[in-house]
Design a protein around this ligand. Structure first.
Ligand code: FAD
Length: 484
């Protein structure tokens, strides 16, 4: 009995419930479909496409070159594939982006009508968004009760499923599909950039299922021990950097959960472990928000923000995007993003706050830029986090909490290791002025060989003034509209 396993955000063999179910029923035809059509404006950005290329190459190797790679609308491609191969079943792991839910529902109905068996599984969340609900059956809007009551007090996440012992593939013979097998199918997607902007990304990341497992082990050995404090310091190796692996499903949250718990069992009530698991909880919460608020990526959860007087200055937005604001922590973060496709969480919060609150640019501009540049760009986490930063989200940072990029920098990068790495043109400044070169005395700048406006930008805004302007604009909103 031939079964199709449709790979989506689950580019792995271990702990892949849909793949395992397909294997148990006979020969398996593994297929990946790049679907820009249904994704619409949420088609993958440049950095994600780059990651996907390499991830598919690794997956294809694990499948001995048998991954069939297609591009187009799965609602047309999969029924055709079923007809051409005589497959009797299709298996996939669920995705939760609104456009995917619509498409998959439509596809399921279509396939049922043809008599094909369709099975979907949970491969990417510890708890389904429809499981973690309040007692009244409504979704949680606040993280802590969601996590403590909705998730941790519910059923434990399932056990990790081993990779299938043997995978048997059908022969595609001389069918036109044979041309789309493996590397030639991946190359036809044209995912890699035509300009070589990915050079430093290549040296930053190891991609694929084995690399994801290795990153988890390294983090558990070297990072977890001081996660709670260390995770705030962008130059310290205390975060896992698992987000792109998780996004593409090279590793599942269940694998991370199980391995981390195993390490943590030695120390009772380990606050580092608890804090790390709760970050996985924020991922679950983001998915819950997206599932229950399908316009999360565009619509303010607090409607009063619909009336916010954004200024949307194009020049300031570009200075932010290019890391040319004159605030070294902001510029370091934006350049880290551009060079590596990643930005440390603390710096994501500070750069996000700066864009929205000091530059008064709509959070959609930040969301779109991150969408294009992040290798972990994830509709749930990105939309929920931008709403959180802007203050318009369900459980958002209050609007009046404006991160000060200078004091954040002094606190979380005191010796300037992170700044000197990404903003080398000011490396010669003493630590005291590194965080805010615009405040450095002329003699200090001269000694360091820096002319502001020539070697490094002058600050694009006055922090105090822009903060007050933002708070005044916020005050005008009053208390119109609550979270629905
Ligand atoms: C403005 C903004 C945009 C963001 N956009 C994304 C995005 O597109 N994709 C993305 O995966 N994360 C996003 N985040 C959340 C967070 O910054 C990243 O998940 C984290 O930096 C990834 O690094 P890590 O794997 O080393 O995290 P760790 O600290 O090691 O955490 C482990 C895992 O927990 C999850 N996680 C951690 N923090 C959060 C969070 N706040 N929200 C949701 N999940 C979290 C991630 O899956 C992460 O890999 C965003 C945060 C902000 C402030």
């Amino acid at each position: 009995m031939l079964q199709i396993h449709w790979f989506r955000q689950d580019l792995r063999l271990t702990d892949n419930p849909a793949l395992t179910a397909a294997c148990q029923q006979g020969l398996v035809l593994p297929v990946y479909i790049l679907d820009n059509l249904n994704a619409g404006e949420w088609a993958m950005g440049g950095a994600s496409r780059w990651w996907l290329h390499h991830s598919l190459c690794h997956l294809n190797q694990s499948l001995s070159g048998n991954l069939l790679v297609l591009q187009g609308d799965p609602c047309e491609l999969l029924p055709s594939l079923v007809r051409a191969t005589g497959a009797q079943g299709i298996h996939w792991n669920r995705c939760y982006e609104p456009w995917r839910i619509l498409r998959d529902t439509r596809l399921k109905e279509q396939l049922h009508d043809t008599g094909v068996q369709v099975e979907s599984h949970n491969g990417s969340l510890l708890w389904e968004p429809w499981q973690a609900l309040k007692q009244d059956g409504k979704p949680y809007q606040v993280f802590t009760p969601f996590w403590r009551r909705g998730c941790l007090q519910g059923a434990s996440p399932r056990q990790v499923i081993p990779a299938p012992q043997a995978l048997n593939f059908p022969a595609l013979g001389t069918s036109p599909y044979a041309e789309r097998l493996g590397e030639s199918g991946i190359a036809a997607l044209n995912l890699l950039p035509h300009q070589p902007w990915d050079r430093s990304m290549r040296s930053t990341w190891k991609i694929g299922e084995d690399a994801a497992r290795q990153s988890l082990q390294t983090f558990l050995d070297e990072g977890l021990g001081d996660y709670k404090q260390g995770r705030n310091f962008p130059a310290r190796p205390h975060v896992s950097r698992l987000s792109p692996h998780l996004h593409f499903g090279e590793i599942s949250p269940h694998q991370i959960w199980t391995e981390a718990q195993r390490r943590g069992i030695a120390q009772e009530a380990d606050e580092n472990l608890e804090c790390f698991l709760s970050e996985l909880g924020w991922r679950e919460f983001s998915y819950s928000l997206l599932y229950h608020h399908p316009s999360l990526m565009r619509k303010n959860l607090q409607q009063k923000f619909d009336h916010f007087p954004w200024q949307n200055d194009e020049g300031l937005l570009q200075a932010w995007q290019h890391g040319e604001t004159g605030f070294p922590l902001i510029d370091a973060g934006m350049r880290e993003l551009w060079q590596t496709g990643y930005m440390h969480n603390r710096v994501r919060m500070v750069t996000g706050s700066f864009l929205v609150k000091n530059l008064l640019s709509h959070w959609h501009h930040g969301e779109d830029w991150f969408w294009d540049c992040l290798v972990d760009a994830d509709l749930a986490a990105n939309s929920a986090s931008w709403q959180w930063i802007a203050g318009c989200g369900a459980d958002a940072a209050p609007y009046f909490r404006v991160f000060n990029p200078v004091s954040q920098s002094e606190r979380f990068d005191p010796q300037g290791h992170y700044i000197r790495r990404y903003v080398p043109e000011i490396a010669a400044l003493p630590d005291r002025y590194l965080h805010n070169p615009s405040a450095a005395p002329t003699a200090v700048l001269k000694e360091a060989g820096i002319v502001l406006g020539k070697h490094y930008p002058k600050a694009v805004v006055d922090l105090k003034q822009s903060r007050e302007q933002a708070l005044a604009a916020f005050k005008q909103l009053g208390s119109r509209g609550q979270v629905p």
